[in-house]
Design a protein around this ligand. Structure first.
Ligand SMILES: *[C@@H]1O[C@H](CO)[C@@H](O)[C@H](O)[C@H]1NC(C)=O
Ligand SMILES: *[C@@H]1O[C@H](CO)[C@@H](O)[C@H](O)[C@H]1NC(C)=O
Ligand SMILES: *[C@@H]1O[C@H](CO)[C@@H](O)[C@H](O)[C@H]1NC(C)=O
Length: 172
């Protein structure tokens, strides 16, 4: 009797798992991330650094807080605002400029309005394609996992302002 009951428990669990797997979707999104460090209204601000950061060629130890606009196209002001990238990035490489990105993409328009994904990963900014992990999500992106690929669209070496194309691939 006990083994029959156990069998039905396993059967129920197996059914639940297959339902979860079959309802899983994969979504691909592309947004442009704008890191505005210059001007009177920056969206990316330094909040901490080490005593040695200024003399480090990779800004090792710098901590930035961001509330960067995410737009549909590459133009910051000409394109639809899809959301904000809120979080921090840290210069975590001593020999190569490599950021640790730790941010939520918070969608405020379109069909993902109200949902978010959490992105964490290494961003060696002078590498052509940087891959980061999607470690979770909310709203329609509950249970999310996946990856993001970042490609620099423009980088103004005078001001430090950057626009980066993010392609994100989410299973949720
Ligand atoms: C580093 O440089 C910034 C900007 O020039 C300056 O405000 C800050 O005092 C410097 N910090 C150190 C530890 O020298
Ligand atoms: C976008 O608009 C802001 C505020 O109106 C302005 O300061 C900024 O220079 C504009 N940026 C671009 C790339 O046109
Ligand atoms: C996004 O959702 C909020 C809350 O439901 C709503 O107030 C807002 O108008 C929506 N924004 C867009 C651009 O649809």
């Amino acid at each position: 009797m006990a083994s029959a009951a156990l069998f039905f428990v396993f059967l129920a669990l197996a059914t639940m798992q297959s339902q979860t797997a079959s309802s899983e979707k994969e979504t691909h999104l592309k947004v442009y991330w704008h890191d505005v460090v210059s001007g009177p209204d920056p969206t990316s601000v330094p909040v901490a650094q080490a005593a040695t950061t200024n003399t480090s060629k990779t800004a090792f130890g710098m901590v930035m807080v961001i509330d960067d606009p995410l737009s549909e196209g590459p133009g910051l002001n000409s394109s639809r605002l899809m959301g904000r990238a809120q979080g921090t990035y840290i210069a975590a490489g001593k020999d190569q400029l490599a950021l640790l990105m730790n941010m939520n993409f918070v969608f405020t328009a379109g069909k993902y309005n109200g949902s978010s994904v959490a992105i964490m990963g290494r961003n060696a900014v002078f590498t052509k394609v940087r891959e980061m992990a999607i470690i979770g999500g909310t709203g329609v992106f509950r249970w999310a996992r996946g990856y993001a690929q970042a490609r620099t669209h423009t980088l103004d070496l005078m001001t430090g302002d950057a626009t980066v194309e993010y392609n994100i691939f989410i299973r949720h």
